[in-house]
Design a protein around this ligand. Structure first.
Ligand SMILES: *[C@@H]1O[C@H](CO)[C@@H](O)[C@H](O)[C@H]1NC(C)=O
Length: 306
């Protein structure tokens, strides 16, 4: 929290300052007890294997994008509900056009009926801010993008990006601050994924047709290779084992699906409200033009209690 703190404090409210200093932290994530995964045991590499690197002790993985190929990894197993967290250090410098994704998906091939929960980090020109895009899909229907800016430079250090997924809500966290809450309203129109176990994936790719300033800024390949690094991958979840319904019952061992995780805690609500006031760059729920023909998604017009 050294020198760079000074640079950004003028942009931030006192609450943000506390956030950045790590004084505020939601309560339930700290109960996470899942062991840090060994990447090698739990994942396999996808894409160009020469674009993948592991540190000698295996604790840090790096994915590289060159102008020939990107790279990724995916878990061998599927999981349903839980707490999924990864520390990521994103491509620095000129990363315009480059997207690093960390996501969960029910399908290995992004099929038409997949369920999916996304974190996508949209790179930018040198010195310009990254954006974090999140999205939720059920049965292939997404269109639930939100974009947030961050209260730190995600290329300088590792930060944790986590998803809490249970029967009542999906919460996206950055450094244990809830940035997005997606509630289960209990109707099909709500598009809440709750029946398909998911793999966890990460990848890096060239998306300069849309990622940075809507596609205006292109990837500058003279800055390649582009590298994102990963560490401390932790899963607290039920690993899916056929036959269904091996993971369905809610037991007291599943801390991530108990009454106190079905809502934000009071301190999480404070953080979340601050994020809502200060960091939301795009919210599909306010994009009335986009949904003019179909009507706003159900969750945008109802206001479930957090
Ligand atoms: C990139 O930087 C520009 C200029 O600051 C900003 O408008 C934009 O939201 C940033 N992020 C992306 C992904 O375009």
């Amino acid at each position: 929290m050294e020198a760079k703190m000074e640079l950004r404090t003028h942009l931030l409210s006192p609450l943000a300052f506390l956030l950045a200093m790590g004084f505020l932290m939601g309560s339930f994530p700290t109960r996470a007890s899942g062991s840090t995964f060994s990447f090698a045991d739990s994942c396999e590499v996808t894409g160009a294997s020469e674009n993948f690197q592991a540190s000698s002790d295996g604790s840090v993985w790096s994915l590289t994008l060159t102008n020939n190929s990107g790279c990724g990894f995916q878990t061998k197993q599927r999981y349903i509900f839980g707490w999924f967290t990864m520390k990521i250090k994103l491509v620095g410098g000129d990363s315009a056009g480059v997207v690093t994704a960390y996501y969960m998906c029910s399908d290995l091939g992004a099929g038409p009926t997949r369920d999916e929960l996304d974190f996508e980090f949209l790179g930018n020109s040198t010195g310009e801010p990254y954006l974090v895009q999140t999205n939720v899909f059920k049965n292939g229907t997404g269109n639930r993008e939100m974009r947030h800016s961050l209260w730190f430079d995600p290329t300088e250090d590792y930060h944790s990006y986590s998803i809490l997924w249970n029967t009542e809500q999906i919460v996206f966290f950055v450094d244990e601050v809830a940035i997005r809450v997606y509630k289960n309203l209990g109707t099909a129109a709500n598009n809440f994924p709750n029946s398909k176990p998911m793999y966890i994936f990460s990848s890096i790719w060239d998306a300069d047709n849309w990622a940075t300033r809507g596609g205006l800024v292109k990837t500058n390949w003279t800055y390649a290779p582009f590298v994102s690094s990963y560490t401390e991958f932790t899963i607290d979840s039920c690993q899916w084992v056929d036959p269904y319904p091996s993971c369905v019952s809610t037991t007291s061992q599943q801390w991530w699906d108990q009454p106190d995780t079905w809502q934000l805690s009071n301190s999480q609500k404070i953080d979340y409200a601050w994020v809502g006031r200060n960091l939301v760059v795009y919210d599909y729920c306010t994009d009335t033009e986009r949904f003019a023909a179909t009507g706003m998604p159900l969750e945008c017009t109802s206001s479930p209690s957090l």
